[in-house]
Design a protein around this ligand. Structure first.
Ligand SMILES: NC(=O)c1ccc[n+]([C@@H]2O[C@H](COP(=O)([O-])OP(=O)(O)OC[C@H]3O[C@@H](n4cnc5c(N)ncnc54)[C@H](O)[C@@H]3O)[C@@H](O)[C@H]2O)c1
Ligand SMILES: [Zn+2]
Length: 347
């Protein structure tokens, strides 16, 4: 096994390790063997990731005495639905997966959320391992235990917080990502750069991707340790997301989430400046780092359209708007904003 592995513990003694390295996928069997006795393992993955990486994972698992079954579904957000979830549960039952067997989620955030929710609910919960294969999944969705599905009425409306037993992050897998999927992850990376000074400095210094993933996971782990169930600090991870969700809805979801997040970050920085929390020069510096990651992104919607869309959505929910605002790099906070006059702070 490779020596140069970075490790982050999430959730203390009863928690789980996130192992981050390069070219470690072929050691999956050894890592699982370190925490589980030989058993049956159900690998859940999408069709694209299956062609690229399933064989490496399965042969490593088999070499370490695990019996393997595999479920492959069509890649994309549309698969994060109850119909497919039910099919996977039935597949596991037909194949006799028991309470002492394991599930592996091999893929991006869609696979992690779907397979994680299967693991949370099949037989009232079986152990699972996340092997995230997109940048977004490595720095965000695979850590923190949020699992879930979409409904026709909206995204992520069903779910559970269910901790994995291990997260294996192999940054070499990012080399095969299509440009748009990578850009999506970089939008989330830009979010971490504003939330955390360590990530910001690494981006400025052109640090290798392994160090960036390590720093982002380290920050997320710290937040999740403070607030696993999102009553407080974890809401900071929504930085840029309120406008981003409006941008995604306005585009009919043709603008990818992470790209919308990078647009949303720009708007939130502007609002933070207009409200007097940051200076012009802080704004420029932070915009510079975002641009370094995602390039110049221009939002195709007016601020009026974005606010209108947000207000319609929030008023329907009957909630105030909690915006994550910025006082400086590594210094973000949540502020409750009134519906009326919201637009003024963005103009
Ligand atoms: N649970 C959480 O905390 C959390 C946080 C953020 C986002 N999410 C969820 O994550 C999902 C988005 O995740 P995503 O952007 O990873 O999408 P995804 O899982 O759909 O992956 C994007 C595309 O990349 C392909 N792909 C994955 N890995 C690849 C690789 N190494 N090489 C080539 N192609 C690869 C996939 O087949 C897919 O077509 C959303 O459903 C979102 O709700 C969850
Ligand atoms: Zn996000």
């Amino acid at each position: 096994m490779e020596n140069n592995i970075k490790k982050i513990r999430v959730g203390g003694a009863s928690g789980y390790d996130v192992l981050i390295g390069s070219q470690i996928l072929g050691d999956t069997g050894a890592y699982l063997g370190g925490i589980f006795s030989p058993c049956k393992v159900a690998l859940i993955t999408d069709d694209i990731v299956d062609k690229l990486y399933s064989d490496v994972v399965l042969s490593s698992l088999k070499a370490h005495g695990f019996e393997c079954i595999k479920y492959v579904f069509e890649n994309g957000e549309k698969s994060k639905n109850i119909g497919l979830y039910a099919q996977i549960l039935e597949f596991l039952a037909q194949n006799g997966l028991t309470r002492s067997d394991k599930i592996i989620a091999l893929g991006g955030g869609v696979t992690g959320d779907l397979a994680g929710f299967v693991a949370a609910s099949y037989l009232r919960g079986v152990d699972y391992v996340q092997i995230p294969t997109t940048l977004l999944a490595q720095i965000d969705s695979s850590v923190g235990g949020k699992t879930g599905l979409d409904l026709p009425q909206g995204k992520n409306l069903v779910g559970a917080i269910y901790r994995p037993k291990l997260v294996l992050c192999d940054v070499a897998l990012l080399n095969t990502l299509p440009a748009d999927v990578l850009a999506c992850g970089k939008g989330e990376l830009a979010k971490y750069a504003i939330l955390d000074r360590a990530v910001y400095d690494l981006v400025l210094n052109n640090a290798p991707i392994l160090d960036l993933v390590f720093a982002c996971v380290g920050y997320k782990a710290k937040i999740v340790d403070m607030d696993e169930h999102e009553h407080g600090e974890r809401r900071l991870l929504n930085l840029g997301h309120t406008p981003a969700h409006a941008i995604e809805r306005l585009s009919g979801y043709t603008i990818l989430h992470g790209v919308a997040v990078s647009m949303g970050l720009g708007l939130i920085l502007k609002a933070s400046k207009n409200l007097g929390y940051i200076t012009d020069s802080q704004l420029l510096d932070m915009q510079g780092v975002i641009e370094k990651l995602v390039g110049k992104v221009s939002c195709p919607y007016t601020i009026e359209q974005i606010i209108d869309n947000t207000l319609t959505d929030k008023k329907r929910e009957g909630k105030d708007i909690n915006l994550v605002l910025v006082r400086g790099v590594g210094d973000c906070f949540i502020q409750k904003m009134p519906f009326n006059g919201l637009i003024d702070c963005f103009l």
